[in-house]
Design a protein around this ligand. Sequence first.
Ligand SMILES: C[S@@+](CC[C@H](N)C(=O)[O-])C[C@H]1O[C@@H](n2cnc3c(N)ncnc32)[C@H](O)[C@@H]1O
Length: 309
Amino acid sequence: MADFTHKSVLVAEVLAALQPRPGGRYVDGTVGGGGHAAAILAASSPAGWLYGCDRDSAAVEAASRRLARFAGRFELRQASFAELADWVPAGSCDGVLLDLGVSSPQLDRAERGFSFQQDGPLDMRMDTRQSHTAADLVNRASLDELSRLFWELGGERQARRLARAIVERRSERPFQTTRSLAALIEQAAPRRGGSTHPATKVFQALRIAVNDELGALRQGLDAAVKILKSGGRLAVVTFHSLEDRIAKEFGRTQARDYTFAGPQDVPELRRPRAPELKVLTRKALKPGAAELADNPRSRSAQLRVLEKI
Ligand SMILES: C[S@@+](CC[C@H](N)C(=O)[O-])C[C@H]1O[C@@H](n2cnc3c(N)ncnc32)[C@H](O)[C@@H]1O
């Protein structure tokens, strides 16, 4: 049985946000190793209910083991949180958690292909039922497409230069492993004394693209609002600025008492409507010193909390 240890981030803050109560109904859309889910089930004992999902079958298995002591109080599925509204009843939930990104077991297992620090197949699929992998993207996307991905999803300044190096190299020999891609990037953009590996941003961009993480997040936020009841809370933990911007903008838009047509908010063109959400965190919450010391991965975590009106 594979080990699946993952330190859950901001657990106390997530519990404070969702305020689980006995008999409440909760959703963990990124169940991972089941740390947050176990905390929610414990806090909503004896009769709280949890719907949990993860795109990764290994995470769903790990979470079922971790939650065994709460048998009869949860349902777990291998699914994207983008599809939550397809199986969780509308207006039924007191709280929804989305703890985004990758888990340590995904990063640590070479065969999943997420990490440039270990040699594995260039895969990066969270859901291995999906057909296209990072290798497909790296070996088939056009120069323009790769350079746009590296820039927009990775914030990589040398996006075009790295995309060009990849396109040249793949015409001789397609990329199959994480190591071969990391080595090419290191060669094309050598480290200049920085502490981060030169492949960090490209790997982040590929992972986000392969799993359509930003599209899934937009759909997941909409789905969460549908399944929440009035007064129910949505807690979103993000790990990079692209995700955080989407969560923040979503809260802002849904909290407005008007909509506007077109890309710009022109006061004369506003149409009144009842706001759907209240933003409970004007500023995102971040881990405290103790958590940062205990779990370096929590460094970039930010929590935003919204409440359905
Ligand atoms: C940071 S981990 C979650 C850890 C979990 N909260 C815990 O306490 O163990 C992120 C998880 O989200 C999953 N994930 C990412 N995008 C997803 C999506 N669109 N739908 C469902 N799960 C997703 C990943 O597979 C990963 O297991």
